[in-house]
Design a protein around this ligand. Structure first.
Ligand code: NAD
Length: 333
């Protein structure tokens, strides 16, 4: 079995190679690492492969899937949980096996969410730079307690639950919104409708998938419904947020803080060193000018534990494909 592994960095190769070495049938599997993302112009890199292994910013729309199928690819192995970048209907029409890693350490993303919240809440991003310059003045660093605040978790799935648990531990009142709330959430907080969550929360944290129904769920209207000065956190998918609307809300001071680990147009920026380049994305660059905005480059998943889990589950999915066994991680319509 030969697999073209797209969008790889040295750290991806490290964890996949470790899992391959530990795999009993590892000798029968060849991984062809590609730095490029999968798109129509890079499909040829999968020529002669039985499968492709992809990540969040690879594009698997119908033309890409058709081209992969024509070149003999039969399996799509996702190294992530979200699959908004795959046309699942087209994949099924073509008979492709598509599997994902549905739960790799939800705590990795939940803990990163808290890191973002605490950083903004206590201005540690500004304090870090100041202290290194020998500036120990506190003016401008005034924070506020998390204890006693209301935190709204949008999406009470695996990551939403893990986030709610930590927020509860901090002494927050936790609200949750989800069309299908997890039963475990009842022990952590109160399920409310989205307008109530937006109106009552000091912190709104997004943990739902990107679907047609959730695209730009944070827009001009929902921002106007939020508590003035509240914090918005998105560690889920960039397109949950209408970024120009968020910039307007920051400029009007309606939105007090923004922390994002994902960005709608992140494909051309994230996971690469662009420090020597001129960034053409004016919306992103405007975000960078706010002192109350914190951006990380999609690193919520990036812990040793999660990377190990991703690699191991990817090989379990490969085993299922090869042996035609039932695969719990297969994405079915
Ligand atoms: P999950 O499937 O366990 O939970 C998602 C929850 O969202 C479900 O309970 C679902 O009912 C709910 N939901 C669906 N539509 C909703 C809506 N309109 N409003 C509110 N809730 C809604 O998924 P998860 O493992 O918790 O992951 C959540 C998201 O986090 C993923 O979809 C992915 O986009 C993102 N993610 C980000 C990173 C990162 O590195 N930043 C890593 C992993 C996952």
């Amino acid at each position: 079995m030969k697999i073209a592994v797209f969008s790889t960095q040295a750290y991806d190769r490290r964890f996949l190679d470790e899992a391959l070495a530990a795999h009993p049938q590892g000798r029968d599997i060849t991984l062809e690492y590609q730095e490029a993302a999968l798109a129509l112009h890079t499909v040829a890199l999968a020529q002669g492969c039985d499968g492709v292994c992809v990540f969040v910013n690879d594009h698997l729309d119908a033309p890409v899937l058709e081209a992969l199928h024509r070149s003999g690819v039969r399996a799509v192995l996702m190294r992530c949980a979200g699959f908004n970048n795959v046309d699942i209907e087209a994949a099924h029409r073509l008979g492709l096996f598509v599997a994902r890693v549905p739960a790799y350490s939800p705590e990795a993303v939940a803990e990163h969410t808290l890191a973002l919240i605490l950083t903004l809440n206590r201005n540690t991003h500004r304090a870090y730079a100041r202290v290194r310059e020998g500036n120990f003045a506190l003016d401008g660093l005034l924070g506020s307690n998390l204890h006693g605040k209301t935190a709204g978790v949008v999406g009470t799935g695996k990551i939403g639950l893990a986030t709610a648990r930590i927020l509860k531990g901090f002494g927050c009142r936790v609200l949750g919104h989800d069309p299908a709330p997890a039963p475990e959430f009842a022990a952590l907080g109160t399920v409310v409708d989205l307008p109530t969550l937006l109106a009552e929360s000091d912190i709104v944290s997004l943990h739902c998938p990107l679907l047609d129904s959730t695209w730009h769920m944070i827009n001009r209207d929902s921002l106007a419904r939020m508590k003035p000065g509240a914090m918005l956190v998105n560690t889920s998918r960039g397109a949950l947020i209408d970024t120009p609307a968020v910039i307007e809300a920051l400029k009007s001071r309606q939105l007090g803080f923004l922390a994002i680990d994902v960005y709608e147009q992140e494909g051309s920026l994230f996971f690469h060193d662009r420090s020597g380049d001129i960034i053409d994305d004016d919306v992103f660059q405007r975000l960078m000018t706010f002192p109350n905005v914190l951006v990380t480059g999609h690193q919520g998943f990036f812990t040793v534990e999660a990377m190990r889990e991703i690699a191991e589950v990817t090989f379990e999915n490969i085993d299922c494909f090869v042996s035609e066994k039932h695969c719990a991680n297969e994405i079915v319509l």
